[in-house]
Every structure is written in C-alpha cells, then in structure tokens.
Design a protein around this ligand. Structure first.
Ligand code: UDP
Length: 329
C-alpha cells in the first residue's frame, strides 16, 4: 500500500516507518519537524515537510500522490503540559486531526491508523485495563485522544472511513536492530529521563513517590517496546484493509514494571550510578496501570515480543551511550 505517515520523523513514528517499509509498503513521511529529527528519516521513504495546521499543504500532499492509507502520529503528548496549555492541545491534536480527516475525505482516502493512548481511561477502576474499561481521562491530553476516537467513529458512519485507534500504554525502548538513533528532545517520560541521567545530561532522576500501594512503593506501568508498537500498526492496517472493519484496541505488554525496577535494571546494564532521589508524587499519577491486550492478540495476532525490562533498557542504553560518545568525541 501507499502510506502517508504523519509524524513519521518522531520517536514512535520513525519506528512505524521502518516496520511499514519492512512489510513492503511504500511510505512517505509528513512532518513539521517540531519534535521529529532528520536523523530519523529513512532513505527509502519520501519526505514532505508540512504542518497539519496548514490545510493547503495537506490537500496538496493528497493531490500529489495516490495514498491508500494514513498513519497519524502527529500530536503533543505531555499530559502535565496539557493541563496548563489546553489551547495548544486543542489546536494541534484536535484541529490538526480534523484537518487530516477532511483532506482525506476530499482525496477519497478511506483508511487511517491513529495513535490513541491509555490516557483515555484515567484512574483505573479495575486491572488489567481492557478496551471496555470506563473512559474518564484525568488530563486534557487524554481527553483530546478520546474526542478524536469519537470523531473517527462519526467519519466512519458518515463518510465510510475505516480506522484503527491504537491505545498505546507506555512506549519505551529503541529499534531492536539499532537503526533508529534520534533522541527525543526534552523528554518527560521515565525511561529517557533515566537514560539522560545515565549519560550525565541530567544530574539526577526524580522518583515521583515511593509510598504507592505497589510492591516497592513506586509507580507501576505497562511498558511496551516501540518496535512491538510499530509492528502493531502494520497489523492494524492489514486488519482494517482485509476486514473492512474499524478497530479500537489496546497495545500493552500486560506486564507491570515499577520505577525502581527500571532504575535498577538501567544501573545494571549501563554500569552507571544514575543518581536518584525520591520526591513527592506527581499530580494525576495512578499507582498502577497494566493493559489487557487480549483483543490485540485475538484480532490482530499481536503480542509484545520485546517488552521485557532488559530489552527495553538495553536498546535504549545502546542509543544513548553512542550519542554520549559522539558528543564527547
Ligand atoms: N516517573 C518518575 N520520574 C520521572 C518520570 C516519571 O518517577 O522523571 C514515574 C511516574 O510517576 C510514573 C512512571 O514513572 O509512575 C511513568 O511515567 P511516564 O511519565 O513515563 O509515563 P505516564 O505513565 O505518566 O504516561
């Protein structure tokens, strides 16, 4: 298929591009490079520098080539920031997505794979979290994702669009073959923060609370390897094409890891001290989030293969270590 990957120069997007090419698709990346990096662009994918807030560039893009499908990963994703700057999230995440959907309708492109998030669920009422779990987003970011899932439902009903909304749990790790090396800029997520501390880009890790009701008191999350996530996009696109049916599905490892477990494994693998101090809890952080990925297994045949703690850390450390060596000469 001829696939336009919007946000394809970013962290998850670049991994998706790689797996799409591997599966035999012809790929063009559309990215405004606000958080994507050139290093993440593949020679065998096309590239268009463009912004989803610019409907003219979007319609020119769709007019210039015959795309069969879109993968849309262009969004702001910092939950904390979304509570302080909801306007930014409304415009980019919601208006931007509507621009894409409308340009797709004009160009008669009927398939889209969308990056949704476990943030649509909010505070868990039961674990593991399956797709039917109540949706009460705790932050504005999660609300934008839930809202877009609903737009997708309407565009399916009214315009015959087929979509896969993939609810990512905690994306982590780096390309299993070491082909993707672009670092995220100013990351706020746990694993890149641990890595930046390990290479000396930060002085210390702040552990947000050690008094949760979890085995070691620190927060437990479902970390899913980014290569596993990327493969999930290929499978989801196949699914909606073959079955002509939309899909909303969780992608998680079903395995809970605590902040402390990740930190200890990172210390072991990197051989670095990685200084850390316990600070207060971060607002809006639940104690534990773990996915049920039963539906992904049943419908897509998808299972997390690389999401064990060691592989998550090792693939990340390989990238950060090399980058630190390059920077230090
Ligand atoms: N966390 C932490 N220090 C950090 C960043 C995150 O202790 O600098 C904890 C956070 O409280 C949560 C887990 O790590 O328990 C994962 O947080 P992250 O921001 O990566 O993802 P989230 O689950 O919030 O989407």
């Amino acid at each position: 298929m001829n696939v336009l990957v919007i946000g394809g120069a970013g962290y998850i997007g670049s991994h998706v591009v790689k797996e799409m090419i591997k599966a035999g698709h012809s790929v063009t990346v559309f990215d405004n490079m606000s958080s994507g990096c050139e290093e993440n662009l593949f020679a065998d994918a096309g590239f268009i520098k463009g912004d989803i807030l610019d409907p003219v560039t979007l319609s020119q893009t769709f007019a210039a080539a015959d795309y069969d499908a879109v993968v849309h990963l262009a969004a702001f994703k910092a939950a904390g920031e979304s509570m302080l700057k909801p306007e930014k999230y409304s415009v980019n995440n919601i208006t931007g997505t509507l621009n894409i959907l409308n340009a797709m309708c004009d160009a008669d492109v009927k398939k889209i794979v969308f990056s949704s998030s476990a943030a649509v669920f909010g505070e868990p009422e039961k674990l593991p979290i399956d797709e039917d779990h109540p949706k009460n987003p705790e932050n504005y970011y999660g609300f934008t994702k839930l809202e877009i899932e609903q737009f997708l439902g309407w565009y399916e009903k009214l315009k015959g669009m087929k979509f896969a909304a993939l609810r990512y749990f905690n994306a982590a790790g780096y390309d299993i073959d070491g082909d993707i090396k672009g670092l995220e800029q100013s990351p706020a997520n746990l694993l890149p923060v641990i890595m930046e501390t390990a290479v000396g880009m930060r002085e210390q890790l702040q552990i947000f609370g050690d008094d949760y009701d979890t085995p070691d008191g620190t927060g437990v999350r479902d970390y899913v390897h980014v290569t596993d996530l990327a493969v999930g996009h290929v499978m989801a696109l196949n699914y909606i094409s073959k079955n002509n049916e939309s899909l909303i599905v969780n992608l998680g490892s079903e395995n809970g890891l605590s902040v402390m477990e990740l930190l200890e494994e990172a210390r072991k693998i990197s051989g670095q001290e990685i200084p850390a101090e316990v600070v207060g809890r971060r607002a809006g952080d639940p104690a534990k989030l773990v996915a049920s990925s039963k539906m992904a297994k049943e419908k897509l045949g998808w299972e997390a293969k690389y999401s064990d703690c060691e592989t998550l850390i090792k693939t990340s450390w390989d990238v950060y270590k090399k980058k630190a060596e390059e920077l230090l000469g």
